[in-house]
Design a protein around this ligand. Structure first.
Ligand SMILES: [Ca+2]
Length: 699
């Protein structure tokens, strides 16, 4: 008997065995082998039906593969039928998947309940129900003693009637968490399919072409082979962890790595720059906080997400200041439909952690609702305004108080370090979003004293002031309390990096440091100076948007390297996915560009960067937009007026070249206008003339 024939015969015996009896029968019947083939049960929906045949071919002679009869449908069907499918339960490997049916919408009017109705109506299974059902199913599968492999839900294309693109990511995230908790292997068909989706999937349909099913089958067969008895699971290269530090209101010139003469001391952040790459033209997508925060978490420009001002700013209908224009309306929460950076990582089995300032919406829109497993202190507020503010008790519903007097940045670092230690054996995303160095201006007493003494040693020993429109602007860094706040935050960064070292994770953890807008220099205590950059937080000049930005990606970035390419906060999303070896999510991070090429020291045509801030901030600025293209920057003030700067020659934006170079103004303004249209930017409105009268002047 030739080998292929033997394998065919074995396959036949296997089928007989599956149909009627236990595998002992198969072993006894097959007198030519001393051992029966391992038994593999496939449980799945029509996608599984699509790759079933090829998987059986690929495993012929190595395993007896049986699929559940028909379609596994949704998790509720699984709960009803699982015992029937398991039969005697003597399986070596069970490869299973639920989800595609669960995320389908059914027409509640339909009587034809046996099929997907292809009409958006009621979601088959809510996310909490899916989680509960899947937990029960996994518990029952575990009792079989088989090695378990869970296959992620394959992508839903845009335009498929009956399902919404993106739901699969959220359901995969929940499933990945359950599998991680239960030690179930993951066969990530989602990640496999994403890059080639348009080629391998049928148009506007979740089903695949033959080539697509063959691709899936190859990976399914490999995952089964790796789990077969006597096989050691091949040790995979662990995925890198991500630690993302986001400072609040820290200016570009506030760290030693960017400013050797800074009054403040930031040895830990400077050391990070020495290990990784420092961006000299890294921008925030907005000169105030909530919009930039949204841009990092969504990979989209703020006007596309609708969050164009800090949440809490007065909407136009409540606007009381006697301004020329009415500010544009803006969204006061980050929509659940956005697949946040945290949700994207969670979908691939990452543990996700948030600590600190959130400021992206009311209750039900906090970090735990946007993909973070743990939330320490992230709420609606834009500052530490409860209790004793920067010192415990904090009066924060998401941060249990520490001992009286405990300092907030240190506590957030402690929590982050604890999370890192607890998750040292699985990939994680830790997002430490400091409340520091935002107002209220409060420092640890020892640090304040240290910098009061240091201020006395400054050459002129006096603050100096300039003018930015009607506001005075600080020109010298010498604020002792602010300096103390900067150093305390830097120490907190050091504490987290030390935890990575202790856990032995420093060489497989990507570390990012960024701030959400420029340093506060024209209001609310005017604590810092951004010179030579013009103005500060709340302004479209460089002082308001150019940020301290560092990325250390072990094995990718060269120690102590710098980058001069202008990049912006929407770019983190695709960059971090690529660094983690995860597939991009292009419809989500539509405004981001992966910076990995730059991190490797190569050049990248990043393209122009845009800003839209249709609001009167608290720092003296007025509504405007801006575009940065090469060395040029155009600011369009919506009250009227255009300013053109060449940043290469004029970093301080002192020489407006708009009159000298009308062609460049026209070119850049056309780009800005086209971009506003593309992202659906809302504009400030002209005011009814009555509102401009002194009677309308409140505030
Ligand atoms: Ca801020």
């Amino acid at each position: 008997m030739k080998k292929p024939e033997l394998f065919q015969l074995l396959g036949l015996f296997a089928l007989l065995a599956a149909a009627s009896a236990s595998r002992l029968t198969a072993a006894e019947t097959n007198s030519n082998t001393t051992e029966a083939l391992p038994r593999v049960l496939l449980i799945g929906d029509s996608i599984c039906g699509g790759y079933e045949k090829k998987v059986k071919q690929l495993l012929a002679g190595r395993a007896e593969v049986v699929k559940n009869p028909g379609n596994a449908e949704h998790t509720a069907t699984g709960l009803k039928k699982l015992d029937e499918w398991l039969g005697d339960g003597k399986w070596d490997v069970i490869h299973f998947n639920w989800g595609l049916w669960d995320i389908a919408y059914r027409n509640p009017e339909s009587k034809n309940f046996g099929h997907l109705d292809k009409v958006v109506g009621k979601l088959t299974t809510s996310l909490p129900d899916y989680e509960q059902n899947l937990r029960t199913l996994v518990a029952r599968l575990e009792r079989t003693g088989a090695k378990l492999i869970w296959a992620s839900i394959t992508p839903v294309p845009d335009g498929e009637p009956g399902r919404i693109r993106g739901h699969e990511v959220n359901y995969n995230a929940v499933a990945a968490k359950i599998m991680a908790e239960n030690g179930v292997a993951i066969d990530d068909l989602y990640t496999l399919a994403i890059p080639q989706l348009t080629k391998l999937q049928q148009p506007n349909n979740v089903h695949f072409t033959t080539a697509g099913y063959n691709l899936l089958a190859g990976q399914v067969a490999d995952s089964i082979v790796a789990a077969l008895p006597g096989r050691k699971t091949a040790a995979k290269q662990p995925k890198p962890n991500i630690v993302f530090f986001l400072a609040d209101d820290l200016g570009y010139m506030d760290i030693g790595a960017n400013n050797r003469k800074t009054f403040y001391e930031t040895p830990n952040i400077d050391a990070l720059a020495v290990k990784g790459m420092r961006f000299k033209q890294g921008y925030a997508a907005c000169p105030v906080c909530s919009p930039t925060r949204a841009s990092i978490l969504t990979g989209k420009y703020p006007p596309r997400v609708g969050i164009t001002d800090f949440i809490g700013a007065a909407q136009p209908e409540k606007w009381a200041r006697p301004t020329k224009l009415l500010p544009a309306p803006y969204s006061e929460k980050l929509a659940h439909e956005e697949i946040t950076l945290a949700e994207a990582f969670k979908a691939h089995g990452y543990a996700t952690f948030f600590a600190g300032k959130w400021h992206l919406g009311p209750t039900n829109y906090w970090p735990e609702d946007q993909g973070f497993d743990i939330n320490m202190g992230g709420i609606d507020r834009g500052g530490p305004y409860g209790g004793n503010k920067y010192f415990s008790p904090y009066g924060n519903p998401r941060l249990p108080d520490g001992p009286p007097g405990e300092h907030l940045p240190d506590r957030l670092a402690t929590e982050t370090a604890k999370f890192i230690e607890a998750n040292r054996d699985r990939p994680f995303l830790a997002y430490l979003s400091f409340y520091s160095v935002h107002t209220p201006l409060m420092a640890r007493e020892d640090l304040q004293k240290k910098y009061e003494a240091k201020a006395k040693t400054l050459p002129n020993n006096a603050s100096a002031w300039g003018q930015e429109r009607e506001r005075k602007v600080r020109l010298v860094q010498d604020h002792a309390v602010y300096a103390g706040m900067v150093e305390a935050m830097d120490q907190a960064v050091g504490k987290v990096l030390a935890a990575l070292d202790r856990a032995g994770l420093a060489e497989r953890t990507v570390v990012v440091f960024m701030s959400d807008n420029g340093g506060l220099s024209t209001s609310e205590g005017h604590p810092t100076s951004n010179l030579p950059l013009r103005a500060g937080k709340g302004w479209l000049y460089e002082g308001g948007i150019r940020e301290p930005m560092i990325i250390h990606a072990p094995g990718v970035t060269r120690a102590g390297s710098t980058c001069d390419t202008p990049v912006t906060s929407t770019d983190f999303y695709p960059t971090l996915l690529e660094l983690a070896g995860l597939p991009p999510l292009p419809p989500q991070h539509v405004d981001g560009v992966s910076l990995v090429t730059l991190l490797k020291g190569k050049s990248l045509a990043r393209g122009p960067l845009f800003w839209h801030y249709p609001h009167y901030g608290n720092q003296g600025g007025s509504p405007g937009g801006a575009v940065r293209d090469g060395d040029w920057k155009l600011i369009e003030w919506y009250e009227g007026g255009l300013e053109l700067f060449n940043l290469k020659d004029d970093l301080g934006e002192q020489h407006d070249l708009a009159r000298e170079n009308p062609a460049k103004v026209k070119e850049l303004q056309a780009k800005l206008v086209a971009w506003r249209k593309e992202v659906g930017a809302k504009m400030p409105a002209p005011r009814p003339s009555a509102a401009n009268s002194p009677a309308g002047q409140q505030q």
